[in-house]
Ligand binder design. Structure first.
Ligand SMILES: *Cc1c(COP(=O)(O)O)cnc(C)c1O
Length: 362
């Protein structure tokens, strides 16, 4: 018996026929870019998040980039980003011409530490990007208070947190705008690439609609240097099916996480995640910390349990940023050396993982 790190089989078996019928419907309709399916998905996902506007785009990176462009952020500007995140958060800032300024995580968790942000603000700072890392909402009230105090925009990178809640409110509704990815492995995943922006701000929504489609509001009229980054009809139609399952699948992830948390609470040498009381975590990943990461991963591997590391190299030490004068960010480097992601997917049986961890940690 082996346990895969991720298996989307259960999720797709549940709606296989509906997905096939959807594919046939889009094929028969013969309209593949910016049509009824994208419009319907946008309306449904906006309603799900609790905001008036959703704009479907090509992927999560472009969702972040278009938000920054629509906010007028560019060369000479600085954007505060978590030091510990997937590289896309930083790349979006770089791609709009601004500079990512790294702030490290809370000692007790994985998300950006609001207490360390003000020291990183300069006259060039324009925005803060909060990442809901691994599916856990960041401390948005604390971040909003800082943004208000300094006149900054606040952006959610919600690529790992579809359906998560902060004080009862869904991600996607917690800041000026939010970026989602529908990469197949995300909690809400397409069968290919996809992304979206959600926002309450009608002007921002309008600007992002223009930017995603060659900077055009009227066909063959181009007023800004836009992109070609649209959610396509087929992915939108498939996402409409999968959105209807999202809450059920997130609840299944929460069950697995609950079992991990109970069973592993007293395992020596492991630091378990402990989400803040006011959030509903959707467990995109279940990430533990241990200084013996390599040994533990090998011992689990020998027992047939697959694990992964999110992320092994901090953004500021990647080739793309290594020569850009970032400080050492020692806490982030230590974190990247200790994190280990356990198998997590809806329908996973956690018992073999728990047993292997208990044997391996003895
Ligand atoms: C996946 C991800 C992205 C980028 O999404 P893509 O659709 O792959 O471009 C951005 N930020 C975070 C935190 C992610 O996990």
């Amino acid at each position: 018996m082996t346990t895969a790190f991720l298996d989307l089989g259960t999720a797709h078996t549940a709606c296989r026929e509906e997905l096939q019928a959807t594919f046939a419907r889009v094929l028969d309709k013969g309209h593949f870019i910016l049509g009824e399916e994208v419009e319907a998905f946008e309306a449904e996902f906006a309603q799900y998040c609790g905001v008036p506007h959703c704009i479907g785009v090509g992927n999560g990176l472009d969702a972040l980039l278009l938000i920054l462009r629509a906010m007028g952020i560019g060369p000479g500007d600085e954007v505060i980003v978590p030091a510990h995140t997937f590289i896309a958060t930083w790349l979006a800032v770089t791609q709009c011409g601004a500079r990512p300024v790294a702030v490290e995580s809370q000692t007790a968790g994985y998300n950006i530490d609001p207490a360390r942000i003000e020291a990183a603000i300069t006259p060039r700072t324009r925005a803060i990007i909060a990442v809901h890392l691994y599916g856990e909402p960041a401390d948005m009230d604390a971040l909003q208070a800082i943004a208000d105090r300094h006149g900054l925009r606040l952006i959610e990178d919600a690529a790992q947190a579809h359906g998560a809640r902060y004080k009862g409110r869904r991600t996607g509704s917690l800041a000026d705008a939010a970026a989602f990815s529908f990469y197949p492995t995300k909690n809400l995943g397409a069968l290919g690439d996809g992304g979206a922006v959600t926002t309450r701000d009608p002007a921002l929504a309008d600007s992002i609609r223009q930017l995603r489609n060659y900077g055009s509001r009227i066909k063959y009229q181009h007023d800004v240097a836009g992109y070609n980054t649209r959610l396509d009809e087929l992915q939108a139609a498939l996402l409409r099916v999968k959105l209807r399952q999202l809450d059920t699948l997130n609840a299944a992830r929460q069950q697995v996480a609950q079992r991990y948390l109970e069973a592993l609470a007293d395992t020596p040498g492991l630091r378990l995640p402990h989400p803040a009381g006011l959030v509903e975590h959707v467990w995109h990943l279940f990430v533990i910390r241990t200084p013996q990461r390599e040994q533990l991963a090998a011992a689990l591997g020998a027992r047939g349990i697959a694990t992964m590391v999110h992320y092994p190299t901090p953004c500021h030490l990647q080739g793309v940023y290594r020569n850009d004068g970032y400080p050492a960010l020692q806490a982030t480097s230590t974190l990247c050396g200790e994190v280990l992601s356990l198998p997590m997917w809806p329908g996973l049986d956690p018992e073999p993982v728990i047993q292997a961890l208990q044997e391996a940690s003895l």
